[in-house]
Design a protein around this ligand. Structure first.
Ligand code: COA
Ligand code: AMP
Length: 652
């Protein structure tokens, strides 16, 4: 491929450096205004940081609105932009990926040259298994380098990866396989949790059976110490075996609008939504954020302590830092317990991390174990200039604690799987805006944000409502749901015509700072993981003793929220409550996965409902969380609430 000779004008060839305007020198205010008033100019300039095989003819293609496409006519390869071009620029010996496994006690550095070679070779292995442009590959992998290699190898081929988080059960994996219809699966023997080994191979086998594709090709990264080994699965191929016979593959140019990946996320129904990300908009937007939002460039180290199974991992463990020519840290471990609450500071010291990005729940876990950050004194964390948080609201108490103890800015920023990068943030690479506790600051360029009431009328400062984003969304955000434009439009674009509905509720203060307070739908957020209460309810309802149920997310000191189930028994069911609760907990763990962290089910004699049959989950949650609540006048039987109050306040 010859991308090196067809760089966009204005780019310093091969370095990934951005022109001044795209980099965002100047003020936030000027930059933000320009992104909306001169959308074409702003994003075409940002696009110059990317090496295109064919340059786009425009920034936005609004031809099929509301299904907007970015960078029409443009062709590129995302893997080339993340790897090869840094090697071509003479940076092959620089560190691209640092694998730090706290659970194994090992570290390994991959240079840009090494990673490029491995990825090219694994792309060859995938190709020899019949994977080509547009084909899907499901990746069910723990936090090991092969996860990054597999993602980039797909991108190199123009294939579409779909990573499934290891904490999901076989049925959830199966649902994603059935929807994405992959040509192949890449997996590993398993993941290592502090308290146990999670065996992946039987899970994959079961998922393939459930999805009705038992003969799908499977490539396995063997790891030591697991009960189930590759040899037990005839026909499945070892990762090294696949690599050994393969010819390296050159990057395949794809259209800017071609899908790079699908990432499934919880919707309000039990069926996950396949968020589709394009190649061009994604590369441009993430490159822009690396400089302007995180202030990280070539040779600097970014560590995102998340998992490649989540969007945060896609954007800022894998693509963002590599597109920027920076070094990324892949950390296999936890904030606490591997071995202690000093783990984060050890990693920062060992790899000279400049920017750390994690979830508030991880900070709360560290705080609980080491409230005074005594363990910090054992490490040199002088390289760390900023700490970023996302995944859930950064509560003011944790914000203040982290800022005081670390002595650096702690930056909350708000985004979603759907957007792929921050909707609101504090663009340190442009201008360090004042930070406010409880707020992810201001909208990022390209996001025109409104707070709307239920009827779609704009609300003023201090008034809480639905947070909506005026269309078009900026590049890098979802282009649709995988093979389901109708669901995309119905889920996001129909509630408020002309807007994308975020599903979050919040308000703005008189300075325009946004405060995101919670979801407006049945999605809950447990330890930064997004879960659908509907999916858990569907599992509870399958128990033979359960007549009906409701799952609500209650406040949790550590994890933000936890899912609690309330079940009504079928007439005549005589199972003891303790036994039933244990069975329901086991069922959710088996069907949804340990990630649901479902630990409590309570038997009640009835659920409060409106006359039209809608369960009053919000009222139940408010009672259990000790908040003020109002019982809707449409309630079918108000005495149900009276009977529930003691249960909700004492049992949960
Ligand atoms: N594979 C298999 N199981 C997994 C898993 C994975 N990749 N990740 C988590 N689990 C399991 C855990 O072992 C735990 O199982 P258990 O019930 O047997 O103990 C269960 O899922 C719940 O996990 P979690 O909610 O992560 O709780 P925890 O008590 O193990 O850890 C924290 C608590 C705060 C340390 C942890 O939640 C954390 O690091 N959170 C950060 C979340 C994050 O990075 N989110 C990304 C969005 S930015
Ligand atoms: P996910 O798609 O898993 O990244 O979850 C996205 C959801 O998490 C958002 O819609 C919010 O409800 C919540 N969220 C993520 N980051 C923040 C944040 N910084 N502040 C408040 N809520 C957040």
């Amino acid at each position: 491929m010859t991308q090196g000779t067809t760089q966009g004008a204005g780019t310093t060839p091969g370095t990934g450096e951005q022109p001044a305007a795209a980099r965002g020198t100047g003020t936030y205010e000027g930059l933000y205004r320009r992104s909306l008033e001169d959308r074409e100019g702003f994003w075409l300039e940002a696009a110059e940081s990317i090496a295109w095989t064919t340059r786009p003819t425009a920034a936005l293609d609004a031809g099929e609105r509301p299904l907007y496409r970015w960078f029409p006519g443009g062709e590129l390869n995302t893997c080339y932009n993340a790897l090869d071009r840094h090697v071509e620029a003479g940076r092959g010996a620089d560190a691209a990926l640092v694998y730090d496994s706290a659970v194994l006690g090992t570290q390994r550095v991959y240079t840009y040259a090494e990673l490029t070679d491995l990825v090219a070779q694994f792309a060859g292995a995938l190709r020899s298994q019949g994977v080509g442009k547009g084909d899907r590959v499901v990746l069910y992998l723990p936090m090991i380098p092969e996860a990054v290699i597999s993602m980039l190898a797909c991108a190199r081929l123009g294939a579409v990866h779909s990573v499934v988080f290891g904490g999901f059960a076989p049925r959830e994996l199966a649902a994603r396989i059935a929807d994405a219809r992959p040509k192949l699966i890449v997996t590993a023997s398993g993941g290592i949790e502090p308290n146990r080994r999670v065996e992946y191979l039987p899970a994959v086998e079961e998922a393939l059976e459930v999805a009705g594709v038992p003969d799908l090709p499977v490539v396995v990264v063997p790891r030591e110490g697991f009960g189930h080994v590759l040899a037990d699965y005839p026909g499945w191929l070892g990762f090294d075996e696949a690599l050994a016979g393969a010819d390296p593959v050159a990057p395949v140019p794809v259209a800017a609008s071609d899908p790079l990946y699908i990432l499934y996320t919880s919707g309000t129904t039990g069926t996950p939504k396949g968020v589709q990300r394009d190649n061009g908009g994604h590369a441009v937007a993430l490159s822009w954020t690396m400089r302007s939002l995180y202030g990280v460039g070539p040779g600097e180290v970014m560590w995102t302590a998340s998992d490649v199974g989540w969007v945060v991992g896609h954007s800022y463990i894998v693509y963002g830092p590599l597109l920027a020519g920076a070094t990324t840290v892949l950390y296999e471990g936890k904030p606490v317990g591997t071995p202690d609450a000093g783990a984060f500071w050890r990693v920062v010291q060992d790899h000279r991390v400049k920017v750390l990005f994690t979830a508030p729940t991880a900070l709360r876990a560290i705080r609980r174990a080491d409230p005074e950050l005594g363990l910090l004194t054992g490490y040199d964390v002088s390289s760390l200039v900023r700490l970023y948080a996302a995944g859930e609201r950064l509560d003011p108490e944790t914000y203040r604690w982290a800022g005081e103890k670390l002595g650096i800015p702690v930056v909350d920023h708000w985004w979603q799987t759907e957007t792929g990068w921050a909707i609101c943030g504090n663009p340190a690479g442009v201008e360090e805006l004042p930070l406010k506790a409880g707020s992810p600051s201001l909208p990022m360029p390209g996001y025109e944000l409104e707070i709307l009431d239920g009827a779609g009328a704009p609300l003023g400062p201090g008034e809480e409502g639905n947070i909506a984003l005026r269309l078009p969304l900026p590049p890098g955000t979802l282009t649709t749901l995988w093979h389901n434009d109708e669901r995309f439009v119905a889920s996001y674009l129909s509630a408020f015509p002309g807007f994308y509905a975020t599903g979050d509720s919040g308000y703005r203060d008189p300075d325009g700072y946004v405060y995101v307070m919670g979801r407006t739908d049945d999605i809950i957020n447990v330890a930064g993981h997004r879960l659908s209460t509907g999916a858990i309810e569907a599992v509870l309802a399958r128990h033979p003793a359960v007549a009906e149920c409701a799952v609500i997310g209650l406040k949790d000191q550590l994890k933000g929220q936890r899912a609690v189930g309330f079940v009504v028994l079928k007439a005549g069911a005589s199972v003891p409550e303790d036994q039933l609760a244990a069975e329901l907990v086991a069922l959710v763990r088996r069907e949804v996965g340990p990630v649901a962290d479902f630990k409590q089910a309570v038997v009640v004699d009835a659920l409060p409902k409106t006359r039209s049959g809608k369960i009053l989950r919000k009222t139940m949650r408010q009672i259990a969380d000790g908040e003020d609540y109002a019982v809707p006048s449409t309630i079918e039987d108000a005495t149900v609430i009276d009977r529930l109050v003691p249960v909700l306040t004492q049992r949960t």
